[in-house]
Design a protein around this ligand. Structure first.
Ligand code: 13P
Ligand code: SF4
Length: 306
């Protein structure tokens, strides 16, 4: 039996479901029950009625959110080392420090944060719903973290003043994209559309035809008449894009744009995780209770839309 077959049979035996982020390795995406962006995966975890185990093939903050939203289910993270460096950039102390300067400003946190930080915010958002979340608030000045690029983009889209907390938060993978590389690719593929994630720099966003979350990019590609796309996000997304659009062509805007944390989930680790039910994601009750309020407020604003 191949490792994939073993995973599928163990999954059935244990009544487990595998959720995989769009940046996972192709073989992990192929074995998953559902592949999506961060909001879709949280939503899927909440909607799941039959499974008692959720294996979250992604990074720490996504699995933590699933555990917070599904206290009665076992949520497993196959690789303990799969931690998003951006999520580690915002501490509770930093949030408190900024609150002293802006006591009336609500705190909006991107879901790419640790549960402890979420517990100190007013509402969460993702790269798919930040505009609706920010516009739902009766405030013009907002503390927003941890991604500075997303804060700048959100300010552009909403016309509100967003104070980035910390001042320098970033995704190391999305900073690898440079407009110079896109210019060279555009010479080779003049009819290509350039699609980028909002974690990219302002210079990248400026030259893009479309800016959106990973699943919004998938939606854009499906609807577009164009045949070729230059993709400015982690290379894992290209697998899903090719699978869903076999006749279209996809070129990474920088082929080494890999999130090493996302790639820590391998078939071996996924099998081991299912077999030994590890690593169980546990969020302390007092933190989970507060973080859950911030996540549920986000769902209340955005409903269950993409
Ligand atoms: P998405 O919600 O767009 O999938 O983004 C998550 C992420 O970590 C991007 O780097
Ligand atoms: Fe975090 Fe960036 Fe990896 Fe997304 S791509 S999980 S933001 S390090």
């Amino acid at each position: 039996m191949s490792l994939t077959e073993k995973i599928l049979s163990l999954k059935k035996e244990k009544k487990a479901i595998i959720l995989a982020h769009n940046y996972q390795r192709p073989e992990i995406q192929d074995v998953a029950d559902y592949v999506g962006d961060s909001i879709e995966l949280s939503r899927k975890a909440m909607e799941e009625k039959d499974a008692s185990i959720i294996v979250f093939a992604a990074v720490d903050f996504m699995a933590e959110s699933a555990a917070i939203l599904n206290p009665s289910k076992k949520v497993l993270l196959p690789s303990l080392g799969a931690r998003c460096p951006m999520a580690q950039m915002l501490t509770v102390d930093e949030i408190k420090r900024w609150k002293v300067h802006y006591p009336d400003a609500p705190v909006v946190l991107y879901v790419n944060t640790l549960a402890s930080a979420k517990a100190y915010c007013d509402i969460c958002c993702t790269s798919a719903n930040f505009v609706e979340v920010i516009n739902s608030l009766d405030a013009d000045t907002i503390l927003f973290g941890p991604d500075r690029n997303l804060a700048e983009y959100a300010a552009e889209k909403t016309g509100k003043t967003l104070i980035p907390i910390p001042e320098w938060g970033f995704c190391p993978t999305h900073l690898l994209f440079q407009p110079e590389d896109v210019m060279v690719l555009r010479m080779k593929y003049p009819n290509a559309k350039v699609i980028v994630h909002p974690e990219c720099s302002a210079e990248m966003r400026k030259i893009a035809d479309f800016v959106g979350s990973t699943s919004k990019m998938c939606h854009y590609v499906k609807e577009s008449e164009a045949q070729t796309f230059i993709v400015g996000t982690e290379v894992g997304l290209l697998h899903r894009l090719k699978k869903e659009n076999p006749r279209k062509q996809f070129i990474s805007a920088y082929k080494d744009a890999v999130c090493p944390n996302m790639k820590l989930t391998t078939l071996e680790r996924l099998y081991d995780s299912l077999k030994h039910e590890k690593h169980l994601v546990k969020v302390p009750d007092n933190v989970a209770r507060k973080a859950r309020i911030a996540l549920e407020r986000m769902f209340a604003v955005n409903g269950l839309k993409r």
